[in-house]
Design a protein. Structure first.
Length: 199
């Protein structure tokens, strides 16, 4: 796979992760039996750093990811091996900009438009930001497995299988350490080394 192909694959999945965090949601209908940590849905200012790996059954890529989310803005930085495929993604209201390591820049009025114009990969847009925090998204959960502390070990939503490989305690919250999301040969793996939250 070419360096540009890896870049497109990793940038696409991560951009859609951000879109899911920024997207306006309808009213949630949370079932607290799914998790005793429903307050996690209210976390609005946070940062993570870790390793992101992606595969779509044909191509794949991995690298170091840092993601800072503050209210209505996001900054993501991705560094692949030897600097190939490194990029920065900035999202603020009414503007999204992708800056590549070769100096090229792409921007659009929204992250949706940016993805539409330059990227293509099938990721559950409106759900990943909830899964990232260790809670189900809105809508039915067809399978759910909790550990003894009530944290999710695995679940299925909208045809996606979500698995958690442990949690970290951060400011009295239990937040995921390792997440794997897969469906139909597509897979996103995120190993979070550090969570930082403002409360």
């Amino acid at each position: 796979m070419t360096g540009l192909g890896v870049l497109r694959l990793v940038a696409t999945a991560t951009a859609i992760l951000v879109l899911s965090a920024c997207a306006q949601r309808g009213e949630r209908q949370d079932d607290v039996s799914f998790s005793p940590h429903a307050s996690l849905n209210q976390l609005d200012d946070w940062q993570i750093s870790g390793r992101l790996a992606l595969s779509n059954g044909r191509d794949g890529g991995s690298g170091e990811l840092s993601w800072s989310h503050q209210h209505d803005s996001d900054v993501l930085r991705f560094h692949a091996a030897f600097g190939q495929g490194s990029w920065r993604l900035d999202i603020v209201p009414q503007r999204a900009m992708l800056r590549l390591s070769d100096g090229n820049q792409y921007q659009a009025p929204s992250i949706e438009a940016l993805i539409d114009q330059h990227l293509d990969w099938n990721i559950p847009v409106t759900q990943l930001s909830d899964w990232l925090k260790g809670i189900p998204s809105s809508g039915p959960v067809t399978q759910l497995d909790l550990d003894l502390d009530g944290r999710i070990r695995s679940m299925s939503q909208s045809g996606w299988r979500i698995e958690y490989g442990g949690y970290l305690e951060v400011n009295e919250h239990q937040l995921p350490r390792k997440i794997t999301v897969r469906r139909d040969g597509q897979q996103v793996r995120l190993l979070i080394r550090q969570w930082t939250i403002d409360r």
